[in-house]
Design a binder for this molecule. Structure first.
Ligand SMILES: Nc1ncnc2c1ncn2[C@@H]1O[C@H](COP(=O)(O)OP(=O)(O)OP(=O)(O)O)[C@@H](O)[C@H]1O
Ligand SMILES: [Mg+2]
Length: 421
């Protein structure tokens, strides 16, 4: 195990906190291979719709998830790539112009143009977390991916800027720090998930990633290899469970169990006439319902969530650009029939997104849609290690030697994520 090449991802969700520790083994900056060494999970109730509402409870879940992952990996880490999401996320495009100094465009010219685009005034109550170059214009030629080496006098960059609310960011950092870890970087959760479940071809052709978690459903749309839209809807698997509680008169825990054992998000999937027994109190007596009724409840709510997503994607003018269809992921997408329903609602092809590509080691243990975000966070961190800006975080368990920390450097270096998403 190379301790300088360990990365940790930490996904603090509304239902569970997940930690993954991995070793970066490849050097390809875009797709470094990672070997999964440890995975840890803890249930949590510390978040409300993606935002920390209870720091102590969130810290407890972080400590548990991280310690489990560390024990499994046989190594400790000092810092983590932590996911953030929620309705406080905003995205905008910004342009920057630089005059070309020499006869051909150099990296320095590109960085100047990018710096101008990034220098947008960010309101005091917001933080910039990602600045993603989208494309360049050299003189009058638009749509250039990599202008370095081209001839021209005027270079213009179009950049996608993602900002988050300062207070949700501060509370998340505080919870991680109280658990005695440093935050290398905060990473937008749907972008992390996109790294672990979308292919380059899908992003090129046009694809909507729909991540259904417990409290929220996050959306990221890509087209021509670029990020075009980000959004969050304040409904997820918890709302599905809530509908089952109300519709069938069962407890929250029983509703979760029914959903996982007998549920389907696409009603036509359930065989006609099949019955299920409901957990009941004495007064309720023995109760049996058609399994179709349970599927109906799940179908209705999931469809409603997808229709809101559809409206947002339509409003962004992107619905005709989804040649590669829709990829559904997140814990709630484990519900059978979720992709079939998405295909119906969006009128495109749809598939389930599960982490897998570029993963080695104990990859099996993260091959489920609820691990998309945390796996993507590790892949993001691996990218940082591969480009040399996120190294040196590991310590073998039981060996006391400390490794010098580079975190403060990594935190300050907000390099462009060129060609990454
Ligand atoms: N097999 C399954 N069938 C149906 N639903 C499931 C299944 N497994 C998990 N879920 C649902 O997925 C949700 C949890 O998803 P996930 O773990 O992605 O959420 P989270 O990341 O904690 O939350 P969020 O991203 O919204 O903050 C829960 O509502 C749970 O009921
Ligand atoms: Mg989540």
């Amino acid at each position: 195990m190379n301790l300088d090449r360990l990365v940790a991802g930490l996904d603090i969700g509304s239902a569970k906190t997940t930690a993954v520790i991995a070793e970066v083994v490849g050097d390809l900056p875009k797709h470094p291979t990672v070997n999964i060494l440890g995975v840890g999970q803890a249930r949590t109730t510390g978040l409300r719709r993606g935002v920390v509402a209870d720091i102590d409870e969130t810290q407890r879940s972080i400590t548990k998830a991280m310690q489990d992952a560390e024990r499994m990996a046989g190594a400790q880490v000092e810092s983590v790539y932590a996911g953030i999401a929620g309705e406080h996320v905003q995205a905008m495009t910004s342009t920057g112009i630089a005059s070309v100094t020499g006869s051909e465009i150099t990296r320095a010219d590109v960085e100047r143009a990018n710096a101008v685009a990034r220098a947008q005034a960010i309101p005091q109550d917001r933080e910039l977390i990602h600045a993603i170059p989208q494309e360049y214009t050299v003189d009058k030629n638009i749509g250039i991916r990599d202008p370095i080496g081209m001839i021209g006098t005027r270079l213009e960059t179009e950049m996608y800027l993602v900002t988050i609310g300062s207070s949700p960011a501060m509370n998340l950092r505080k919870a991680v720090e109280r658990a005695s870890y440093k935050v290398s970087e905060l990473v937008l959760e749907p972008l992390a998930s996109a790294l672990s479940v979308l292919t380059d071809d899908e992003k090129e052709l046009g694809v909507a990633l729909v991540e259904m978690g417990a409290g929220t459903t996050d959306v990221a749309v890509f087209h021509e290899g670029k990020i075009r839209y980000l959004g969050t809807i304040g409904y997820g698997g918890l709302n599905v469970t809530g509908d089952i509680v109300h519709g069938l008169g069962v407890t929250q825990a029983d509703a979760e169990r029914l959903k996982e054992q007998y549920g389907a998000a696409y009603e036509p999937m359930v065989p006609h006439g099949e019955k299920i027994r409901l957990p009941s109190t004495g007064a309720q007596g023995d109760r049996e319902i058609p399994r179709e009724l349970l599927a109906h409840i799940i179908h209705q709510r999931t469809q409603e969530i997808f229709e809101i997503v559809l409206r947002h994607v339509e409003e962004a003018g992107l619905i005709k650009k989804l040649s590669a269809g829709v990829v559904v992921t997140g814990g709630a997408a484990a519900q059978p029939g979720t992709a079939d329903l998405a295909s119906d609602v969006f009128g495109t092809g749809a598939r389930l997104g599960v982490p897998g590509e570029f993963l080695g080691g104990l990859a099996d243990s993260v091959q489920s849609p609820r691990f998309s975000t945390v796996t993507g966070l590790v892949q993001y961190g691996a990218h940082r290690v591969a480009i040399g800006s996120g190294a040196g975080k590991g310590k073998r368990l039981s060996v006391g030697a400390a490794t010098p920390s580079m975190d403060h450097l990594a935190a300050r270096f907000k390099t462009w994520l060129q060609d990454f998403w």
